[in-house]
Design a protein around this ligand. Sequence first.
Ligand code: SF4
Length: 209
Amino acid sequence: MTAEQIATVFRRLEKHLPEPATELEYQSDFELLIAVILSAQATDVSVNRATAKLYPVANTPGQIRKLGVARLKKYIQTIGLFNTKAQNIIRTCDLLVEKHDGEVPRTREELEALPGVGRKTANVILNTAFGQPTIAVDTHIFRVSNRTGIAPGKNVLEVEKGLLAAVPDRFKIHAHHWLILHGRYTCTARKPDCAACTLNDLCDSAFSW
Ligand code: SF4
């Protein structure tokens, strides 16, 4: 896809949804961090259902730490990998209290040092909480980037680098959410809706399913 075509893609995505946002529900940077950790290999809907019960009881690192692993598990047991996630969240809360005054750190290095936080989660927090022009690549974004030809790549890091190079600066802040929502609702894994897709005259894979 040419640079001009890529700019057109993002102009159209912007027109369709001027202010895209995460579908995870949160009221603070910390609530977002926990929700993103929980969302690995789980749907946003399942995470929102769990945090709606958890956050009224505990929504700070100190409070979740006090809950402990066993009681935390009861709130998140409907989410995949909840055993590991509960342990990671408690250890993350320990570190936030001990090293960061209970605040979510603002650098990639500090974020990636937290248990349960990899590159993708750090990118989401840097972008969504702190407004940095990072682009986290999840399964939806990986698929859309490859199918459309915006940023083809064999692995998520290749696609992330391709997107950072290809997406015009003024669209970088929202690119993550535009692409994720496009993949979730239009360019789905099994049945992409090319007929209804606003990008079908630009996409490398349109109507090839
Ligand atoms: S045209 Fe089809 S394959 Fe291309 S982005 Fe749209 S839905 Fe996906």
